[in-house]
Design a protein around this ligand. Sequence first.
Ligand code: NZQ
Ligand code: ZN
Length: 390
Amino acid sequence: MENYTFFNPTKIVFGKGSTNKLKELITDYNNIMFMYGGKSLKASGLYDRIIKQLDGKRVLEYPGIKPNPLIDDVRKAVDFCKENNVEFILGVGGGSVMDSAKLVASGALYDGDVWDFLEYREKRPEKALPVGTIVTLAGTGSETNNSFVATEPETLRKIGKSGSEINYPKFAICDPENTYTVSAYQTASGSFDTISHVFEHYFWLPEDYTPIQDGFEEGVMRAVIHDLPIALKEPDNYEARANLLMASEQALFGLADVGKGYGEHVEHKMEHILSAKYNCAHGAGLAVVVPAYRRFMCAHDPKKYRQFAKNVFDIDTTGMSDYEAGIKGIEKLEEFIRQIGLPSTLKELGAQSKDDVDLLTEALCENGWIFKNTIVTKEDIRAMYASVYE
Ligand code: NZQ
Ligand code: ZN
């Protein structure tokens, strides 16, 4: 096991009615920038409940945060924040809103361009306004971590990065009932994102003996595989929604993967180019690239994939080689992706020509931070994109 330091100060307030705790969580602040996305917040009634909790405060509403936030929109929000003497930022929504809230919180106290925090690997915020989150879509785990993602569309650079210790939200209100209205597609996309967050660490350093982390991560995956189909059939099934939300939060909270090294997040980098180009849901893009990447890695070092097949999908691997067992597990994963209604090809995401395979490969290899610690080459990336074109 690698050495590790664990730090995550976000107060998690989880469960039915937890939105009603907002007032007491926010008592110290008066000028509140309230960031949210499109129509879903008012349609679900959550907007009214939040406004009630904010009674007596100066509320500076900032709606309209779009999925896969563009850096120009984040810059505009930073300007708004600077002009309005904001004391606290409340981000209510999915990853796009919560990431934007964290970026704005740091951009507002920074003289340079907020994009610097994404473009330069070593550049991390030194100051940030306090942020609170109310998550409405399970998947990214952004509510309880210090990461943010934004896109520069001209260059197809969609960059995700961990900020510094000051970028953890002060609190995260996680009420599974606030996720009842999420569409089946976004529910599946979010939960597949959760699985792939676990993958990035579970399969990393496969030779290390890490039974505690493995058990934790297998538990997260098993919960998603069990409860996602239930939530898709019964959107207001509290237990299923609760498990998906907890899985999402724990997959990237930092605890499940301590001592496992940082990883290269190749599949996330392969996906970020897709959501930059096609503006697809992040988890849907992952559903396309993850099986291709995992098939490639399984051929290289299959032992951990046998464990995955056995412990996550309960496959009887007796008599199989590690590779055969691992591929059975990946085939099960592909079946699961079809079952939950997510895409498997670039065409389904919006690709219209095979030229996209080269375009995506070039963009990724120019912009990405891959190849440092992995065996994956540029030609491997090209072959993987080509294998899922149609
Ligand atoms: O805009 P509204 O109307 O609110 O609709 C949203 C949006 O269209 C809808 N939605 C959210 N909550 C809802 C709801 N609809 C009905 N009922 C609700 N309760 O869902 C749509 C997608 O929202 P979005 O926030 O874009 O989805 P998600 O949570 O998947 O976030 C994706 C973003 O997070 C980044 C992704 O790259 C992407 O930009 N990520 C952030 C990470 C992090 N901070 O740690 C890690 C992830 O790997 C990921 O990269
Ligand atoms: Zn993700």
